[in-house]
Design a protein around this ligand. Structure first.
Ligand code: ARG
Ligand code: ZN
Length: 891
């Protein structure tokens, strides 16, 4: 049975503390894939600050066997997904419940489910109620003791949160293990694993001199792919202690990798569960991007142990309290790991790309919601780019406003006040402000907090005026935000605006604001709190000023500064802020694409921009990772979000034409870069080498593109050779993608060969599907191939990674293959939403978001998309998760 129909709206303002506290949970599992028996003994106390109320426990897809209060039967009723005991006799009592669940029937992968012969759990956000009856909400925190019993051969490893206190043999080939977690925790952090796994183990000693056991559990045969995850875990432990004085507080910290997993990973206390994608890596099977992903996801989940687990969320509206903060922390960790200033900037550019390609469109579409939402139907739909990535930007702005030390002090105060509690976003902001009473954050805390409350991406318009006589430069700023659902009017935000001023030759100018005695360097942060504000700089030696605004993307806004292409060329060549240097190149690319969309002539990049790109590519002082980013034209996804009434086919054609031009105009430079930046020596997944590989792969793609267009076989042949001989997956994938995206003849044998080589490596097969799903469309061939791949024996909708590899690649990464004038892409989408929804609603509702931005499409796409959405909406049996997305899309 699935949740059906329209789920009721849950509102933040309706929050009430629970009527009962559950202090202890003693759980016993008789494990079996077909039927697991769950025996639960809960120690319950009435919340005496409230009137006596019925005890209501959540339960979903459970088969109830018995209910006892203090050892006696009690009258209860089941109402929908609630188990209600109207009158528990005392203020404190024990409640015993016995129920069964069927893990193998659980294709939703929420609750207790089977994967590859083992049993695993996923409880966030509301999966625990699919295991047993409980007040399944994050402000109910209990101490858990868990006994697992199961077949010793099938389930040699039996794990739960905390510490192993007992284990032993039982009759009939069974054994048991008993775990105790001393930290009170919400039910969403509960986990068990019963499977046939092996572990990489490592002891570490933290600063206090305590020893801790780290374990990474994987399937037999995968052990040699766990070294990078272990190194990442150790680095995370060291980093959190060094930067935030937050030590590992557990005797044992476990990571378990599972093939079937709805998301990236989960921070269950002491027992993190991970998608194998974010654990397993070897040089031969994982790319630099994978190595990076592992490092940041391992860090993210580890950091949750403090930001999320020690202090958790009072209710799910506060999700960003832990997610925004933890994303910020993992971003900072990855920057610190990357090392050099340039490598940090490269990471920042990557993070901003994600924000603008995923969160900005979300904030402009039907799923727009504040970082702290006010209302939801299915909380699983709110694990969004807004809660995560925009949430992290809010924390980053606080960091900018109070500085590195001030931020550390704010974190300290936050833990001093709230360790062990379930709190709201307000408590975090308050601690940050209180620890920094003289900061702009503290002075304007109420203004800052609008970031949590208001949806939509603010627009910032900047207009600069120079006065040659007086040496003054006045920057007039105004901000606004468009209305979104339930929020017709928006108030101004607090914007930290990092800026520098350059002269026409690109030299940085000293900055002195009117009213100040002396210049204070060449960069500063302006704090804007009103709808309109002006800042006047004085003592400037020139009237020809080029402003470099929003350095490092210091606030998540859409900036309109009216800079000409000539100004952007100055920034692109000279800005000391690497982010804005990259941004200038992107904006020149966006301008060219916009022009191509409004005029009918053949789209071209102008000569000055092409020359600037050549200069940048050849510049010996720049890192290859930066060059690769700067020489990549803005993506179709990003541009589509900046333009109204978008025609995805025209955009694709224009961008392809520009790529052809860049491939041809810079041919010799690409060939030079390809040779010059080859990595010599053994593979290391570090920032330096991965930058080289990224740039050489881009160069190769350009060289193959140009060759295929001009009928030359040399570069395709070299790419094929490289694909065959590559000693690492990054180069191998780069080479095959060059062939596939250029539609080279050699793409076909390369694909066949890749499949044959890696048919037993699930994560590589995912790449094989994904690279075909996102391949550059030409004449509908890619879409046709995707449809065909649905029938491939290795394809299945049952495994989320596989489904994402093919289907999400199409809808989220391949606009030109998806948005077709014949609407076939939308028909395909609707069929898959419906099909997936019957198996896995969480995955289906994610996939359903592929048409979020249909209103932004030009005709005939818009009408066709609407029709497809309406067709899905007409299905009465949709899950609550998917229903919410589809209804919102049509609202
Ligand atoms: N808390 C997990 C993380 O960010 C993700 C859980 C996602 N849950 C969900 N229902 N989508 O690390
Ligand atoms: Zn998280």
């Amino acid at each position: 049975m699935m949740r059906e129909g329209t789920a009721p709206l849950i509102r933040r303002e309706d929050y009430l503390a629970p009527a009962y506290w559950i202090r202890r949970a003693d759980l016993c599992f008789d494990l079996d894939a077909t039927k697991t028996i769950v025996s639960s003994k809960l120690t319950i106390e009435r919340n005496t600050t409230q009137d006596v109320q019925p005890l209501k426990l959540h339960g979903e897809d459970l088969n109830l066997l018995r209910v006892l209060v203090d050892g006696h039967s009690v009258s209860f009723r089941q109402e929908g997904a609630l188990l209600i005991i109207d009158a528990p006799a005392a203020d404190a009592f024990t409640l015993e419940i016995r129920n069964t669940v069927s893990p193998e029937k659980n294709t939703q992968l929420s609750g207790l489910y089977a994967s590859g012969g083992g049993l695993y759990t996923q409880c966030e956000a509301e999966g625990f109620r699919r295991i047993t009856f409980f007040q399944d909400r994050p402000d109910v925190m209990a101490v858990y003791t868990v006994t697992l019993r199961g077949d010793k051969k099938k389930y040699p490893v039996l794990l739960s949160n905390g510490n192993l206190v007992e284990q032993g043999e039982l009759d009939a080939g069974r054994h048991y293990a008993k775990w105790h977690d001393p930290f009170p925790k919400p039910s969403y952090l509960f986990a068990i694993v019963a499977a046939n796994l092996v572990a990489r183990e490592q002891w570490v000693r933290t600063r206090s001199g305590k020893d801790h056991l780290l374990q990474i559990f994987v399937k037999r045969g995968d052990l040699d792919k766990t070294e990078h995850a272990m190194n990442s875990l150790i680095a995370s432990i060291v980093w959190d202690e060094a930067r935030f004085k937050l030590p590992l507080d557990l005797e044992r910290f476990m990571i378990v990798a599972v093939d079937d997993f709805n998301m990236g990973a989960m921070e269950n206390k002491g027992l993190n569960l991970f998608n194998t994608k974010f654990v397993l890596a070897s040089t031969a099977t994982a790319t630099d991007v994978d190595f990076d992903g592992i490092e940041s996801v391992v860090a993210h989940e580890y950091f949750h142990n403090w930001t999320g687990n020690r202090i958790t969320c009072r209710d799910w509206f506060q999700l960003s309290l832990k997610e925004g903060l933890t994303v910020f922390r993992d971003q900072e960790f990855s920057m610190d790991m990357a090392g050099s200033a340039s490598a940090r900037a490269v990471r920042r550019i990557g993070d901003v790309r994600t924000l603008r390609e995923r969160q900005f469109p979300e904030d402009g579409g039907p799923m727009a919601h504040p970082v702290r939402p006010d209302v939801y139907q299915a909380i699983d739909n709110f694990y969004t780019a807004t809660v995560y990535e925009k949430g992290a930007e809010l924390v980053r702005m606080m960091h900018t406003l109070v500085g590195r030390e001030g931020f550390a002090a704010g974190m300290g105060l936050y833990f001093e006040r709230h360790d062990g509690q379930a709190v709201t976003c307000d408590e975090f902001a308050q601690a940050m402000a209180d620890a920094n009473p003289h900061s702009a954050l503290a002075q304007h805390l109420d203004v800052f907090k609008r970031w949590y409350a208001q949806a939509g991406t603010p627009r910032l318009v900047a207009h600069g005026e120079s006065d040659a006589e007086s040496g003054r430069y006045t920057l007039r700023l105004s901000q606004s935000n468009t209305p979104s659902a339930g929020q017709p009017y928006k108030q101004p935000n607090l914007l930290p605006i990092a800026i520098g001023l350059l002269d026409r030759n690109g030299q940085p100018l000293q900055l002195q604001l009117e009213g100040e005695d002396a210049p204070a360097g060449t960069e500063r942060v302006l704090v804007m709190t009103e709808a309109e504000q002006s800042f006047t700089f004085i003592g400037l030696p020139t009237a020809d000023v080029v402003p470099s605004l929003l350095r490092g993307f210091s606030a998540p806004v859409l900036l309109k500064d009216g800079l000409s292409d000539a100004d952007l060329l100055v920034l692109m060549a000279h800005d000391t802020d690497a982010f804005n240097r990259w941004e200038a190149a992107q904006r020149l690319g966006v301008n060219a694409l916009r022009a191509a969309l409004t005029h009918d002539d053949t789209p071209v990049l102008d000569a000055a921009f092409v020359e600037a790109l050549r200069t940048l590519l050849r510049d010996p002082s720049l890192d290859p990772a930066f060059k690769e980013l700067a020489l990549t034209l803005p993506s179709e996804i990003y541009v589509a979000d900046l333009v109204e009434n978008i025609d995805p086919q025209r955009l694709h054609a224009a961008r392809e034409a520009m790529l052809d031009q860049l491939a041809s105009a810079l041919q010799a430079d690409w060939a030079w870069a390809f040779e010059h930046y080859q990595v010599r020596g053994g593979y290391l997944p570090n920032a330096e080498q991965s930058g080289q590989r990224a740039l050489t792969n881009l160069a190769l793609a350009m060289l193959v593109r140009h060759a295929v267009a001009s009928g030359d076989n040399v570069w395709p042949g070299r790419a094929y050779q490289r694909f065959k001989d590559a000693s690492n997956m990054t180069d191998r994938l780069g080479a095959i993608e060059a062939l596939v995206n250029a539609h080279a003849e050699l793409a076909t044998p390369a694909l066949e060969r890749m499949h044959a080589l890696f048919k037993d490596e699930a994560l590589v097969l995912d790449k094989w599907f994904a690279l075909q799903g996102r391949a550059a469309e030409r004449g509908g061939k890619v879409f046709a191939r995707i449809k065909q791949l649905m029938q491939h024996p290795d394809f299945t909708l049952g495994n989320p990674n596989r489904a994402r590899a093919l289907l999400f690649s199409l809808t989220a990464m391949n606009p030109a293959a998806f948005h077709r004038t014949d609407a076939a892409g939308y028909v395909f989408w609707a069929d898959r939403v419906i099909e997936l929804d019957a198996i896995n609603p969480q995955l289906a509702s994610r996939f359903a978001r592929g048409l979020d931005r249909w209103r932004n499409l030009a005709e005939p796409y818009r009408s066709a998309a609407r029709e497809a959405i309406a067709r899905v909406a007409a299905k009465p049996e949709l899950s609550g998760d998917t229903r919410e997305i589809i209804d919102r899309a049509l609202q």
